[in-house]
Design a protein around this ligand. Structure first.
Ligand code: NAD
Length: 477
């Protein structure tokens, strides 16, 4: 009797994917090992007096690679947080930052907590205490280690962390750069909240610009009309689904949430479903679609694009064979285990891997960090000057239009569109789009140029590892 193949842990899964790529590279064994291993993980257990008694919490901050500093990576609040998970996520951050050329090493943090079980005041006390423990060990610091939001955290938690850091470092002029994903009025940047979902949209747009790649997934045409299933309508999943539906004509036919799934072949109104979830805590009861008790079954449904945007390990040895989507884009970190990855590759499924797909968040975090260090909003210096120069062109065109009479005039709306200088949001989106396009092209070049590289994930790892290796070599390691 053959024993069933065991599922590796999340960290082992990331390492196995790393190993597949490293085996095709010419790295010395020492350097390969240096890049793969997680440098350090700090575990903290702290008490906070809440509801009349001392409550103890466990938190982690892992630093995977310090080939560049600061190291960067989100802080997750979930009961499933553990050392293995935080180390896997920190490793992915190193590869992600390298791939999209964000000048950071990789890190990640987590607090083992159910954020829904505590009210806002209590969460603030817990967050400030966790931040205090990390700050005093330089595990939150503008030049050493810069967290960001992840599952279960958002702008609110980042503001508490930034304020805690400022209180403990009163003379640090760069204090606000100690964390990214802050509210706009507290040192944040326009477009950070939407960034990861927006990055998913830009990644898919870039994929669909290459008919050869689209054909590899057995698809054709553009994003318009493609049937999409999304798992997790949180920050990342909601923004990705919303933009794909509103701006690219994709049809979101399924949404999987923690309490079940919603299916509607003619398309789900994402805005309406999101509002329902915010009011009722889940998708159950939403009228415009069929409720599916076992939501995870929707991962196996017939669709063109599957977007797992919730948590890791959801496509694994138990369901990979049944997944019908020909194209999967990993909005979450590690949604496909290494065993499932192997099964899907054998079936010909094209996977746009997490280390590339969800890099929009860290890319815009990078812009926010630079903005904080520069102490100035992007576009503030040049916007009006740009408008003045555009006005010169408009004046000339107006003169031409008068001279030509009825024979020629400017298109409606052109003047207003052309005159307006770019604001911060437009600049951020432009920088994000450029980053997503450039990184995809780097990956696909390796994918198509090398006969021994079968998939985008291996190609992405090769590009990332090469950059990290070059950085270590320059340091003389
Ligand atoms: P979030 O907490 O905003 O949303 C997660 C969503 O998933 C929630 O709506 C939750 O209800 C849902 N969910 C939880 N368990 C589920 C289950 N078993 N089945 C279906 N849905 C479930 O988190 P997020 O920030 O959107 O992060 C989602 C994923 O994206 C994570 O893997 C995270 O690491 C990754 N990611 C996030 C960012 C970012 O900027 N927030 C950046 C890069 C990667």
């Amino acid at each position: 009797m053959s024993t069933p193949q065991a599922e590796p842990s999340f960290r082992q899964s990331v390492d196995l994917m790393f190993n597949r790529a490293a085996a095709l590279m010419d790295l010395s064994p020492g350097l390969e090992q240096k890049i793969r291993v997680c440098n350090s993980t700090y575990t903290v257990r702290f008490g906070v007096r809440l509801r009349g008694q001392m409550q103890t919490f466990t938190g982690y901050r892992s630093v995977h690679s310090e080939h560049m500093e600061p190291v960067k990576g989100g802080i997750r609040y979930s009961l499933a947080v553990n050392q293995d998970e935080v180390e896997a996520l920190a490793a992915l951050m190193s590869y992600k930052c390298a791939l999209v050329e964000a000048p950071f090493g990789g890190s990640k943090g987590g607090l083992c907590i159910d954020p829904r079980a505590w009210d806002e005041d209590e969460l603030e006390q817990i967050t400030r205490r966790f931040a205090y423990e990390l700050i005093k060990r330089d595990l939150i610091d503008p030049s050493q280690n810069v967290p960001a939001p992840d599952m279960g955290t958002g702008e609110r938690e980042m503001a508490w962390i930034a304020d805690q850091y400022a209180r403990m470092n009163t003379s640090d002029i760069n204090a606000r750069a100690c964390v990214t994903g802050k509210p706009l009025n507290f040192g944040g940047i326009s477009g950070r909240v939407e960034a990861t979902g927006r990055g998913i949209q830009y990644a898919l747009r870039e994929f669909f610009r290459h008919p050869e790649d689209v054909a590899a997934a057995g698809l054709a045409g553009s994003l318009d009309g493609k049937r999409v299933i999304v798992q997790g309508l949180g920050n990342v999943g909601y923004h990705a689904a919303k933009f794909l539906q509103a701006e690219d004509g994709a049809r979101i036919i399924g949404v999987v949430e923690h309490d079940g799934g919603i299916f509607c072949d003619t398309g789900i109104d994402i805005e309406a479903l999101r509002n329902w979830i915010l009011r009722h805590g889940g998708v159950k009861g939403f009228a415009d679609g069929e409720f599916i008790e076992n939501g995870a079954k929707l991962l196996e449904a017939d669709c063109d694009i599957l977007i797992p945007a919730a948590l890791e390990g959801v496509i694994n040895l138990s369901n990979a064979q049944k997944v019908q989507a020909p194209l999967i884009i990993e909005a979450a970190n590690g949604p496909i285990t290494s065993g499932a990855d192997q099964i899907l590759r054998a079936k010909g499924t094209v996977i746009i891997p997490d280390l590339y797909a969800n890099a929009g968040g860290v890319t815009v975090s990078y812009f926010e960090w630079v903005k904080n260090l520069g102490h100035i909003r992007f576009g503030r210096l040049q916007r009006r000057q740009e408008e003045a120069r555009h006005q010169l062109v408009i004046d000339e065109l107006d003169r031409l239009s008068v001279a030509l009479g009825d024979a020629w005039s400017l298109s409606p709306g052109f003047k207003e569109k052309y005159l307006r200088g770019a604001d911060e949001l437009e600049l951020v989106r432009s920088g994000l789009d450029d980053t997503m396009r450039t990184a995809y092209q780097a990956m696909r070049e390796v994918w198509h140029a090398r006969a021994d590289v079968e998939d985008l994930r291996t190609a992405g790892f090769i590009v990332a590892i090469e950059k990290i290796a070059a950085s270590y070599r320059s340091k003389g390691l």
